[in-house]
Design a protein around this ligand. Sequence first.
Ligand code: PMP
Length: 351
Amino acid sequence: MSFEWKKNLKRLTPYVPGEQPGAENIIKLNTNENPYPPSLGVLSAIEHFDTDSYRKYPDPEASVLTGAIARTYSVDADQVFVGVGSDDVLGMSFLTFFNGGDPVLFPDITYSFYEVWGGLYGIPFEKKSLRDDFTIDREDYTGTNGGIVIANPNAPTSISMQLYDIEYIVKNNPSSVVIIDEAYIDFGGETALPLVDRYDNVLVVRTFSKSRSMAGARIGFAVGCKELIGALCTTKFSYNSYTIDSLTIQIGAAVLADDVYFEVIRKKIIETRDWTSEKLKGMGFDVLPSDTNFLFVTKPGINAKAVFEALKKRDIYVRYFDKPRVSDYLRITIGTDEEMKKVIKVLEEIV
Ligand code: PMP
């Protein structure tokens, strides 16, 4: 029998997320999650949650959460858009702003979801090669384009770009939307948030998944001028009005109120990252300069895939990308001090 739907099927190449193994006692350093628990504000928000409110649809504007984000980052509430993780916000942004015939530009080595959204929405894109040292050349982003996306710091390279280079790209593309994906910015690098009030074509995208230990809650947001945020809302209300559930709205706001804890775990991860980086360098690894909660490393003469497999056998999960230019590298998320000491010890044994 021939099924018409199969002929009509949209053929996609999906994003491949890192493994989420179920086994206990593994050291999981493969998806850039935070090793520390989220703020106790989560518990308190759950305790105070009025379960009767689940009868009703959530606030489609998620005003309590957008308001809390606006206060935290000193912008107006109508300059904030929230979504189900920054993936949702980024996907919605591709759908909203990248609609022309000219290609959207992003680096050849970057967050691989960008090209997946290009494929999903039929948006032409062009990948610009990073320099040999894996830095971004701002001059690659001054030609004709239908939009620009830069992860800053970039992933999986962990390297950040200077704010004046970002501003150069934003300034030189007044008729394109430039998205700055700041998933890792709390671990280093300079935020592009100050550009939002000066340029009407820049959108800064952030997440609660990494620095706020909330990957499971799925909260991401964008900050931009009112017009860009309004356009994102129009897309959202043309697709699914209720993206964030009532409890997550409260939890997100409660987590933002706890900046003391946020600072403690953020600094702790930076300290552990720098310790791990020095140890690895001492063992002969090349470690790219990281402004993130992960390290991108290689060592002359090693087979990165074999090391990745050997670590896995020892219950240590890191990330390996079998892709051009990066197939000799491993991406290692920063865990607790104990976890990183174990990683170093095991690497000393197997490398
Ligand atoms: N941007 C980058 C660069 C990332 O690495 C990730 C995490 N995979 C995301 C966005 C999406 O994160 P989330 O949807 O959890 O906010």
